[in-house]
Design a protein around this ligand. Sequence first.
Ligand code: FMN
Length: 159
Amino acid sequence: MSRALRDALGCFATGVTVVTTTDPDSGVDLGLTCSSFSAVSLQPPLVLWSLRHEAECRAAFTRAGGFTVSVLAAEQQALAMRFADGEQHERFASLALQRAASGRRQVPDCVAWFDCTTVNIVEAGDHDIFIGQVEEFSRRYASGLVFAQSRFGCVQHES
Ligand SMILES: Cc1cc2nc3c(=O)[nH]c(=O)nc-3n(C[C@H](O)[C@H](O)[C@H](O)COP(=O)(O)O)c2cc1C
């Protein structure tokens, strides 16, 4: 049931993001690949994403008070895999240092980023839903990475 359900849910195509924060205790930057990102509200500006309970970074995201969502560009598939599979301390290796005003890291050359204050964390089954208020954001005009049926693809930007 679980595998079949996951495969069926995976038929829904999403964008691909990297969500980052800074551990408030150690000051260490953390991040993970995330496809559960979604817009919620424009007034006030709210977004959400969900984090599985078993994630190593769960405690840091819960305590941090905020997060930054970088929407990955078409050519950033390798980065998506690194932030899903690699060791936490290796995920930012060779990434140019770029931070939002909050101090949280962004992924350089992403198509859009949203820096958020966490306004609510809702426990839902084996995930936590993080709801954030957008404090700062930016976009650039470029093709975006998409994910569906366990495969990556892209949406071409028309200029
Ligand atoms: C395309 C893709 C989308 C993902 N989306 C999510 C997600 O929405 N929530 C989540 O908790 N993990 C998601 N993951 C898995 C995490 O990136 C992965 O479990 C990561 O290692 C968690 O970080 P950790 O090292 O702190 O446990 C996704 C992975 C991939 C490849």
